[in-house]
Design a protein around this ligand. Structure first.
Ligand code: FE2
Length: 293
């Protein structure tokens, strides 16, 4: 397996890899202040190298989080649907769980892979973290692809997968999202997101490297295969990406801000902290590159 982590000299930030496959901590930068272009460029390089980067101890407002995100691409206004929208900034989603709102994002996914134009980066800021639990796990999908045998890579070559919003949101443990006044928002999201086609293996322009682009939550099937062939292959790949050597599991602290590249990772929010309180603010970044199927 090829490792992505290596020490690099940066002039504006300090980057410390957390493990060889994925994840680095970035210090020596204060995100409450406007970044200069050179610092933003070094952060983007660190994201490309390490796929998920962590900025501990950041005291920032929702507006600053959105301003930080704009250095890396287009920042969309978020619809009120799966998550509530922050009252101070329409680009910020509020992810909040407590006794009355149990966590239900313990499923492997890449953010918005069900969309024709999926999220490029996701940026989470930890506002309140339980005393124990509530970790998040990310998987390096370059590493997952590179660890496949050549015959399996050849089998996947040129394959197109269907991603479907409803594969996840029709499941019983998501039923609460459709109840009461929330139904209208979820129904709007369903109508906005019919099934889409994405390549099962993507080449990332900035790195030239290939990554698996499937996830258990939204990938329904692989086109051109018999239904059982598709299901068996996807089951194998979903199991494959659970390999611990491809992963990082991160213990959050209040104030930590995390940025990850959805093109080359999947993630899983460990739902082990109910009924404790956990509050995150999320901003997403779109880029201009749309995966072609
Ligand atoms: Fe997510």
């Amino acid at each position: 397996m090829a490792a992505v982590a290596e020490a690099k000299t940066c002039r504006h930030i300090s980057v410390r890899p957390i493990n060889p496959a994925i994840g680095a901590e970035i210090t020596s930068v204060d995100l409450s202040r406007e970044l200069d272009a050179a610092t933003a460029a070094e952060i983007m390089d660190a994201i490309l190298d390490h796929l998920v980067v962590f900025f501990p101890g950041q005291d920032i407002t929702p507006d600053r989080q959105a301003a930080f995100a704009r250095h890396f691409g287009d920042v969309p206004v978020v619809p009120d649907s799966m998550f509530r929208v922050h009252a101070d900034n329409p680009c910020v989603s509020v992810l909040e769980n407590d006794a009355e709102r149990p966590p239900t994002v313990n499923n492997w996914h890449s953010d918005y892979s069900f969309a024709a134009k999926p999220d490029f980066l996701s940026i989470l800021h930890a506002r309140s973290i339980p005393d124990v639990g509530g970790d998040t796990i990310w998987v390096n999908m370059y590493a997952a692809y590179e660890a496949l045998t050549d015959p399996m890579k050849a089998h996947l070559e040129g394959r197109v997968a269907t991603h479907d919003f409803m594969k996840l949101y029709e499941r019983p443990f998501k039923r609460h999202l459709w109840e009461g006044e929330r139904f209208q928002y979820m129904e709007a999201a369903r109508l906005e997101h019919p099934p889409v086609r994405h390549p099962a293996v993507r080449t990332i322009p900035e790195t030239g490297r290939r990554a698996l682009y499937i996830n258990e939550s939204f990938t329904r099937n692989i086109e051109g295969l018999d239904e059982r062939e598709s299901a068996s292959l996807l089951d194998y790949l979903f199991e494959h990406i659970r390999t611990p050597e491809f992963q990082i599991r991160y213990r959050w602290e209040p104030g930590t801000l995390v940025v990850w590249d959805n093109r080359v990772t999947v993630h899983y929010a460990v739902a082990d902290y109910h009924p404790r309180h956990r509050l995150m603010h999320r901003v997403t970044v779109l880029n201009h590159e749309v995966p072609q199927a």
